[in-house]
Design a protein around this ligand. Structure first.
Ligand SMILES: *[C@@H]1O[C@H](CO)[C@@H](O)[C@H](O)[C@H]1NC(C)=O
Ligand SMILES: *[C@@H]1O[C@H](CO)[C@@H](O)[C@H](O)[C@H]1NC(C)=O
Ligand SMILES: *[C@@H]1O[C@H](CO)[C@@H](O)[C@H](O)[C@H]1NC(C)=O
Ligand SMILES: *[C@@H]1O[C@H](CO)[C@@H](O)[C@H](O)[C@H]1NC(C)=O
Length: 789
C-alpha cells in the first residue's frame, strides 16, 4: 500500500538523536533533550547536587507564588518534600513512604535512573485502596460543578464566559484553593512556574527548519512556552508573563523585531501541517486564556494570525490542498497522530475566536475538523487499545485528541462523539500502562520527534472521561505530569493505588496490533518485564518495522533486549510505502534483521502477507494493595505466535516466550522449519557480551544476565555488529543507516532444516544462588500451558 497523499510532506528529521540540550534545562540529560520516551539511564548522582540550581529557583518562585496565593499550608510534611520532588522532575514526594496521614494519596518517594517513580515498600492499607474518585472522609478538595450544560450543544455556540478552552473560569477560580489543599496540584503548579521562569530568560524561539522538513519542534516549543506563560499570568497577574507571551507571539507571527519565517506568506510552514496546527493551538490558548489582559490591538493581532496562518491554511487542507493528505482521502483512514494533532490545532484555533471572527472561517473549519477527527483520529487505538502507530506516537496522538476533545467540551458542552465513536478508545490508557516496561517503553518501530508539549497527561483526561481513576493515579506520579492541562484534568478526589487489583499481564488481542505484556510487579522497577509483538505489518501509518516476534526484556533495572528506534526520517522513501518492496524496508532499523526475532534466509519478513496468530496464557496474577508483591512459584504468563505467514511458503516459524520460576527466569522458544534457507536468531542489546559456546554472559549497568542455549545441543552463540548484512540489497544512492552506538547483536546461526531453539535467560538477581534457577521442561509450543513448565 502507498499513501495517496503527498508523503513528502510527512517526514520529520530524526533530530531527537542529535538535538542539543534544551536551554530551559541546561545540563539536564535524559528526557528533556531526547524526547524522553526512551530516556537513557542517568548516572546516579545525588539529586541534591544535580538539581541544586532548579531547587534554588524553585524556592524563589515558591516565595512569589506563596505571596500571591496566600499562606502556604504548614505542618504538612509533604509541603516541604514537594520542593525536592519538583526539582527532580518527579512527582511530589512524601518522603515517608506515604505513611503520613496528612498526605492525600500514594506518593512515589523518588524517581529511578529511568525517571520512573519509585514506590515505597511499606504497605499502607489506608492509602493503597483500589482506585476511586470517591473522596475519602478527609479529602476536602474537589472541583465545583460546571453550570454550563446546554441542552442541545452546538459547535458554534460557545459558553458565555472566558476562558473557554480546556479550563473554564470557574475552574481557574477554584484552583488557588485546591493548590493549597492538594499536594499534586501544588507540585504541578510549582513546576510550571519554575519552567516559565526559565523560559523568560531565553530569547523568543527562532525559526529553524528541521532538516529541511519542518518547524515542528519550534512550534511545539512556542506552544509549551505560551501555555506556561498564560497559566502563570492568570495565576499571578504579574505583567512579566504577559510580556513574555506577547514577545513570543509577535515573534512567531512574524511581527517581531526579528524575521521569523523567511516566507511571511507561509509563516507556519503549511507543507508540514503539524507545525501549523501546533502554532495555531499556541495562539488559541494565548488568545483565550489571556483574553481580558490583551489590549484591543493585541487581541485582533493574535486573532488575525490565527486566521491567516492557521485557519485559512487549514480550510484549504480540508478542501483538497495537497498538504492536507492527513485529512484522509480516497477512502484512506489516517488514524494517527497527524490527524489528531492537525484537527486539534484547528479546533482550538476556531473555538478561541469563533464569536469574534467576522470572516466566518472559524465556523467553516469547525464544521470540517470535528467530523474529520471522528472518522480518523478517533480510530487511533485498535480494538484492543493499542495505538495503531507506535507507543511513542501515542503521546502525540492522544495529546492532540485529548486537547481537542477537552476544548470542545469546555467551550460548547459536548465531545461530539470523539470519546465514544471508537468504543475501545478507553483501552488506550491501558495500552500505555502495559507498554511501559520496567525501564522504558516497549518502544517498537518509529519514535517520532521531541515531546516538547506532548505528555502522557491525556491519561488524566481519559481517567475522568472514562471513569477509570487508575489512569489518573498512574500518571500523576510521572515526571511529565506537570502541565497547564493537568492543572485542570487532574481530579483531586482521586484516591488509591493504581496497581491495586491490576493484573500483571495483558494480551492485546487485535490481529492488527497483537502483542502481550508480562511482568513480575507493578511497583518494583527492578523486577522482570517481557513484551512480545507479532501482528500485521501494514496499517501503522508507515511507522512500523518488519518485526513479528520482536521482544524486549527488562530485569534488575536494565533493558537487556531492546529496540533501535527510528531511522532517519529524511531518508529516501522512508515513508512512501508499507508494501513488500518498499524502500523503507531497506533500512537496517526497519528490517527484520534489525529486530529481536528470527531471520530466515537473511530475508525480510513479508509486510503484506504477514498475518500471525497469537496465543496467550496468564496465571492472572494481580497485584494487591501491597507495593511488595509476593509471587508464588506457579505465577506465570506466556505468549506464543505462529508467524509463518511472515516468511512465505516453505517456512514454518513459531515463537513462544514465557516467565518461569515465579517470574524470575525467561524461556524463549522457536520452532522453525525451512526447506533450504538458513536461520538466524537475533537479539539487540546494550550489554557487553562474553561468549562461551552455548552460554553468553551479558553485563550491563553492573548487573549480569546469563543466556543459555538449551536446544539445539549443537548450537552456540555468536556476536555481530548492529549493521546490515553483506547479502542485503543496497540502500538508495547516497543513503546510509544510523549508527547503533554501544549495541551488540547476540546471534545463533543454524542451517536449513527443522529445529527447536530454546534460549533460557537467567538474570543474576541479588541473593539468588545458582541452585535457585530451574531448567524448564522441553515442551512443544502447541502444548504450552500454565502448568507445562
Ligand atoms: C472500557 O469500556 C468498556 C465498556 O464501557 C468497559 O467494559 C471496560 O471496563 C473499560 N475498560 C477500561 C480499562 O476502562
Ligand atoms: C519544563 O521544561 C522541561 C524542559 O523543557 C520540559 O520537559 C517539561 O515538559 C516542562 N514542563 C512544563 C510543565 O512545561
Ligand atoms: C540502549 O539504551 C538506550 C537508552 O536507554 C535505549 O533507548 C535503547 O533501546 C537500548 N538499546 C537496546 C538494543 O537495548
Ligand atoms: C502435546 O501433548 C500431547 C499429549 O501429551 C502429545 O500427544 C503430543 O504429541 C504433544 N504435541 C507435541 C507437538 O509435542
Amino acid at each position: 500500500m502507498s499513501y495517496s497523499g503527498d508523503s513528502l510532506q510527512r517526514p520529520l528529521s530524526d533530530s531527537h538523536y542529535t538535538r542539543a540540550p534544551n536551554p530551559a534545562n541546561p545540563g539536564e540529560g535524559g528526557p528533556y533533550n531526547n524526547g524522553y520516551a526512551a530516556p537513557p539511564p542517568r548516572k546516579r548522582i545525588s539529586p541534591w547536587i544535580k538539581f541544586g540550581i532548579p531547587v534554588a529557583i524553585l524556592v524563589i518562585v515558591a516565595a512569589v507564588v506563596g505571596g500571591v496565593l496566600g499562606t502556604r499550608h504548614s505542618k504538612n510534611s509533604s509541603a516541604s518534600s514537594t520542593g525536592s520532588g519538583d526539582g527532580s522532575g518527579s512527582g511530589p514526594s512524601a518522603g515517608d513512604g506515604g505513611g503520613n496521614s496528612n498526605v492525600q494519596g500514594v506518593f512515589a518517594t523518588s524517581t529511578d535512573a529511568y525517571f520512573l517513580p519509585v514506590y515505597p515498600t511499606k504497605a499502607n492499607n489506608a492509602l493503597y485502596v483500589a482506585p476511586t474518585f470517591t473522596p475519602s472522609a478527609s479529602a476536602s478538595a474537589a472541583w465545583p460543578a460546571d453550570t454550563f450544560s446546554p441542552a442541545t450543544p452546538e459547535m458554534t455556540s460557545v459558553r458565555p464566559d472566558r476562558p473557554r478552552l480546556l479550563a473554564p473560569a470557574y475552574k481557574w477560580a477554584a484552583l488557588p484553593d485546591l493548590i493549597q489543599k492538594d499536594v499534586y496540584l501544588k507540585s504541578f503548579h510549582n513546576r510550571i512556574l519554575n519552567n516559565a521562569t526559565q523560559y523568560l530568560q531565553l530569547p523568543p524561539v527562532k525559526y529553524v527548519l528541521d532538516g529541511g522538513s519542518g518547524i515542528l519542534d519550534i512550534s511545539r516549543e512556542v506552544k509549551q512556552r505560551i501555555k506556561a506563560y498564560s497559566y502563570a499570568y492568570r495565576m499571578t497577574k504579574d505583567q512579566k508573563w504577559l510580556d513574555g507571551a506577547w514577545a513570543e507571539l509577535q515573534n512567531a507571527a512574524n511581527k517581531g523585531p526579528n524575521t521569523f519565517s523567511p516566507d511571511p506568506s507561509d509563516a507556519w510552514n503549511k507543507g508540514h501541517f503539524l507545525d501549523v496546527a501546533e502554532m495555531t493551538a499556541a495562539f488559541a490558548i494565548a488568545y483565550d486564556w489571556l483574553h481580558d489582559a490583551w489590549t484591543d490591538d493585541q487581541r485582533s493581532s493574535i486573532m488575525q494570525s490565527i486566521i491567516d496562518n492557521g485557519l485559512q491554511v487549514g480550510l484549504a487542507a480540508y478542501n483538497g490542498a495537497s498538504y492536507g493528505w492527513w485529512t484522509g482521502r480516497n477512502g484512506e483512514v489516517i488514524s494517527g497522530n497527524w490527524n489528531c494533532v492537525s484537527n486539534g490545532g484547528m479546533v482550538l484555533g476556531a473555538l478561541a475566536i469563533i464569536d469574534d471572527d467576522q470572516s466566518g472561517v472559524a465556523a467553516q473549519v469547525l464544521a470540517k475538523a470535528v467530523p474529520n477527527a471522528q472518522a480518523n483520529c478517533a480510530k487511533g487505538p485498535s480494538s484492543d487499545g493499542s495505538w495503531t502507530e507506535t507507543p511513542n506516537y501515542w503521546y502525540f496522538g492522544t495529546t492532540g485528541h485529548a486537547e481537542m476533545t477537552s476544548a470542545l467540551m469546555s467551550a460548547t458542552g459536548s465531545d461530539y462523539g470523539l470519546l465514544t465513536t471508537n468504543p475501545n478508545f478507553n483501552l488506550t490508557g491501558l495500552y500505555h500502562m502495559y507498554v511501559y516496561g520496567m525501564t522504558s517503553l516497549f518502544d517498537y518501530a518509529d519514535h517520532g520527534p521531541n515531546k516538547y508539549s506532548s505528555t502522557a497527561n491525556s491519561m488524566m483526561f481519559y481517567a475522568t472521561a472514562y471513569n477509570t481513576p487508575m489512569y489518573m493515579l498512574h500518571q500523576r506520579d510521572r515526571f511529565d505530569a506537570a502541565d497547564p492541562t493537568s492543572m485542570f484534568w487532574y481530579d483531586p478526589t482521586v484516591a488509591g493505588a493504581w496497581w491495586n487489583g491490576l493484573p500483571l499481564d495483558h494480551f492485546f488481542n487485535d490481529p492488527e496490533t497483537y502483542w502481550a505484556s508480562m511482568r513480575s510487579s507493578w511497583t518494583d522497577n527492578k523486577g522482570l518485564y517481557i513484551a512480545m509483538k507479532s501482528s500485521k505489518l501494514t496499517g501503522h501509518q508507515t511507522h512500523g518495522d518488519l518485526d513479528c516476534g520482536d521482544f524486549v526484556l527488562d530485569a534488575m533495572g536494565q533493558r537487556w533486549a531492546g529496540e533501535l528506534g527510528s531511522g532517519d526520517y529524511l531518508s529516501t522513501d522512508y515513508f512512501t510505502s508499507e508494501a513488500d518492496d518498499a524502500t523503507r524496508w531497506l533500512y537496517y532499523r526497519k528490517r527484520t534483521e534489525g529486530q529481536n526475532t528470527i531471520l530466515v534466509g537473511a530475508q525480510n519478513q513479508l509486510a503484506e502477507e504477514a498475518a500471525p496468530t497469537f496465543q496467550f496464557g496468564s496465571s492472572n496474577t494481580a497485584q494487591g494493595s501491597d507495593p511488595v508483591l509476593q509471587l508464588s512459584s506457579d505465577s506465570t504468563a506466556f505468549a506464543t505466535t505462529d508467524m509463518s505467514t511472515a516468511y512465505g511458503s516453505g517456512s514454518s516459524v513459531k515463537r513462544g516466550i514465557r516467565m518461569l520460576n515465579g517470574r524470575k527466569q525467561v524461556l524463549l522458544q522457536d520452532e522453525i522449519s525451512t526447506t533450504d534457507a538458513a536461520v538466524m536468531w537475533r537479539m539487540h542489546t546494550n550489554a557487553t557480551i562474553s561468549l562461551n559456546g552455548a552460554t553468553a554472559t551479558l553485563s550491563l549497568g553492573g548487573k549480569t544476565l546469563q543466556a543459555q542455549i538449551l536446544s539445539p545441543s549443537s548450537a552456540s552463540f555468536e556476536q555481530m555488529d548492529p549493521v546490515r548484512l553483506s547479502s542485503d540489497p543496497p540502500l538508495p544512492s547516497g543513503q546510509s543507516d544510523q549508527e547503533n552506538k554501544g549495541v551488540h547483536v547476540l546471534v545463533i546461526n543454524l542451517p536449513a532444516g527443522t529445529n527447536t531453539i530454546q534460549v533460557l535467560f537467567n538474570p543474576q538477581w541479588d541473593g539468588m544462588s545458582s541452585s535457585d534457577f530451574v531448567t524448564p521442561n522441553n515442551v512443544a509450543l502447541d502444548n504450552w500451558s500454565l502448568t507445562s513448565h
